[in-house]
Design a protein around this ligand. Structure first.
Ligand code: HAM
Length: 411
């Protein structure tokens, strides 16, 4: 039997109902902040991610699903949403629309990762991007909107961690100091770290190898080298978040795995597993990197599979309101007519579509937990009366065989 590829998941009906519930709640939160949905292609030109996410990141160096299409173009399945959304923003002239632009998405992502708990190769992100504001107020709105998701979904034990990784100006200075620190032990780092030393030493702080992590202990921290503008921005973000009553921790080790970040970065961590459920930050240089005008932006994405692990249903999936049992052509015709009328009015109706026996239909109606049942036989057609049975109690009532009478009972 052919099995699904490693790192993918089937979403079965019980689980998909849970997903729909979560998706609905999050969509409603986004709507209250006036974010609008965007959908972008599953695949993009590879260069978009190389330039946007960064050539020296793990995502680009190790994790992308990249292939040449039949026309010889290098194509990549999106490993994240921000690069594609910013490309779409530019390509569709959204820069000339009333600013800021506020977009949200719910999309599958693809990363060739080492599969483990919470780490898949096909996974889903729900994210938001706010493009066109450099103010700390935009960071605060984005972080509060993210937090609202955990509150509305009743997910406890979530910790907000914050950091600032500065702008290209202060980061340049910091990188010199960081290189001095790493340079002393460079020969002891892994090959990937060594290869990143010249181009992007900050990436070394994000290495998952134990020996590199140990070597990184005591490394100088970006947050201690912020320029005045970045410092003021971060102070404003922190004090506004504090005023809003949301607790946070400063974690100066957050560098994030993608190169486009500037200034504020943040993560919402599941305290019981230590996994990051939601991550984001400011990316003031990305629009320009893609050839647009200087345009500040901030956003986040959450891992849907990770949030689902922590979410308990608030409701039950719908059960059939009515099972219409019938056999014989004329009876089936009546069952079809009734079911179509009732479905049009929004009721969940089940009826026989397998030409099963009376007993089999009865068993099936029980198994699928239908709330009510009617049996259409020769007698019912002649008298135009039918018994409607409440399955849970066994109570029966005789009514006229028409939609209005049925609705009076099942509504
Ligand atoms: P990210 O931190 O790479 O950020 O991913 C965001 C979230 O996606 C993670 O916190 C995690 O919950 C989930 N995630 C990532 N990789 C996997 C995986 N292999 N399996 C399951 N879940 C995963 C971004 O992608 C940025 N684009 C977020 C952003 C938007 N920043 C600004 N705007």
């Amino acid at each position: 039997m052919i099995q699904k590829p490693k790192g993918t998941k089937d979403l079965l009906p019980e689980e998909s109902f849970k997903w729909q519930e979560v998706e609905k709640i999050i969509k409603e939160i986004f709507e209250t902040y006036n974010f609008k949905e965007i959908r972008v292609p599953v695949f993009e030109h590879t260069e978009l991610f190389e330039r946007g996410v960064g050539e020296t990141t793990d995502v680009v160096q190790k994790e992308m699903y990249t292939f040449n299409d039949k026309g010889g173009r290098s194509i990549t399945l999106r490993p994240e949403g921000t690069a594609g959304v910013v490309r779409a923003y530019l390509e569709n002239g959204m820069g000339s629309m009333p600013s800021p632009i506020k977009l949200w998405y719910n999309m599958a992502m693809y990363r060739y990762e080492n599969v483990q708990k919470g780490r898949l190769r096909e996974f889903h992100q729900i994210g938001a991007e706010l493009i066109g504001s450099s103010s700390y107020l935009a960071d605060v709105d984005i972080i509060l909107m993210a937090n609202e998701i955990f509150k509305k979904l009743n997910i406890p034990n979530i910790k907000l961690t914050l950091n600032s990784i500065g702008c290209p100006k202060c980061r340049n200075e910091y990188q010199k100091i960081l290189k001095e620190f790493i340079g002393k032990n460079l020969d002891k780092y892994c090959d990937t770290c060594k290869s990143r030393f010249e181009k992007n030493p900050m990436r070394i702080l994000d290495c998952k190898e134990t020996k590199c992590k140990e070597l990184n202990l005591g490394a100088p921290k970006m947050i201690d080298y912020l320029c005045d503008e970045c410092k003021e921005h971060f102070e404003n973000v922190k004090s506004m978040i504090k005023k809003s009553g949301l607790e946070y921790e400063i974690d100066s080790s957050i560098v994030r795995g993608l190169d486009y970040y500037t200034k504020t970065v943040f993560e919402f961590i599941d305290e019981s597993t230590g996994l990051t459920v939601l991550g984001g930050g400011r990316y003031d240089g990305l629009v320009e990197e893609f050839g647009g005008p200087k345009t500040p932006a901030v956003g986040f994405a959450l891992g849907v599979e990770r949030i689902m692990e922590m979410y308990n249903n608030q409701n039950e999936d719908k059960k059939p309101d009515l099972y219409i049992l019938s056999s014989g052509f004329k009876e089936n015709e009546m069952a079809l007519e009734l079911s179509q009328e009732l479905r049009k009015k929004g009721y969940v109706i089940e009826k026989d579509i397998c030409e099963r026996s009376f007993n089999s239909q009865m068993k099936y109606a029980n198994k699928i937990n239908a709330k009510y049942l009617i049996v259409i036989g020769e007698n019912e057609l002649q008298t135009n009366k039918v018994k409607i049975k409440e399955m849970k109690t066994g109570d029966e009532k005789e009514i006229s065989l028409n939609v209005e009478e049925i609705i009076k009972i099942i509504k």
